[in-house]
Design a protein. Structure first.
Length: 269
């Protein structure tokens, strides 16, 4: 017995089965056809040094300082102990280093954040001590009215004294910076602090060779160079230890006070 034209599962159930099993037309994007390309974007990779805490590797610091976004400065705080992303990482020769401290201090401190400067720091400190022995106070009178051997001993002692003074004050600044949360290295902090202390006072020292220490020009220049020393010292600590301005200035405050008490005030009257 043959059955022709019979359909099983008729009715609503059969229609539902046909709807389920019937293939649906799929729209094909022309860009997916062979010979075509599709445009897409690649997410930007984080900058070097980004560790998930901030754009410059500092937890909760936003622009790197914790006090606003300083990316307009062209040189931003990165992470102490690592090369700076926006400046060179090689050590500066002594001529460029001395010029850079006075002309481009922020960039110079950023580039020297992983390098020490013991040679220039010791030489500048010793030269400052020699000239200071001829320029200020009773030491100058002793040198001028003594024999050559005694005068040489006084000058060498003055040079050694200023070297030791610079080392101690720089060490104090480094210790305070680390205590306030900085992570900079010892040698760059101490050597740059020594250079800043004596280089900023050099104009007053040279002028005092020809004018009395109580001269109004010498005193005005002395206070102006002390203020410059404060700014440069804070800028250096800020770059090397990744601290905001307030903490950087606090770290250098004791060194500034000692420079004022031991060197500035005795000669400025």
């Amino acid at each position: 017995m043959r059955l022709r034209g019979m359909k099983f599962g008729g009715g609503a159930r059969g229609q539902q089965a046909e709807q389920v099993t019937a293939p649906r037309p799929v729209a094909v994007d022309p860009a997916d056809e062979p010979g075509h390309t599709r445009a897409f974007t690649v997410p930007e990779m984080p900058a070097a040094g980004y560790d998930g805490y901030g754009p410059y590797g500092q937890a909760g610091r936003g622009g790197g300082y914790g006090e606003g976004d300083d990316r307009d400065e062209h040189v931003a705080v990165y992470r102490a102990g690592q090369p700076h992303p926006q400046v060179g990482s090689e050590r500066l020769p002594w001529r460029e280093l001395l010029r850079g401290i006075l002309r481009q201090p922020t960039r110079t401190f950023a580039q020297m954040r992983t390098h020490h400067a013991w040679g220039p720091a010791l030489v500048v400190s010793a030269v400052y001590g020699l000239v200071a022995g001829l320029a200020f106070g009773s030491t100058s009178d002793q040198v001028m009215h003594s024999t050559f051997a005694i005068a040489l001993t006084i000058l060498l002692s003055s040079a050694a004294g200023f070297v030791l003074c610079g080392l101690m004050l720089g060490s104090v600044t480094h210790a305070l910076a680390r205590r306030l949360g900085g992570d900079g290295a010892y040698a760059p902090t101490v050597t740059l602090a020594m250079l800043i202390s004596w280089l900023t006072d050099a104009p007053r020292l040279v002028l005092a060779l020809f004018l009395p220490a109580g001269n109004a020009v010498v005193q005005t220049l002395g206070w102006a160079t002390w203020a410059l020393c404060a700014w440069l010292l804070a800028a250096m600590v800020r770059q090397l230890h990744d601290l905001p301005w307030g903490k950087a200035l606090t770290a250098g405050a004791l060194q500034l006070i000692m420079l004022l008490v031991l060197i500035k005030l005795p000669t400025l009257g």
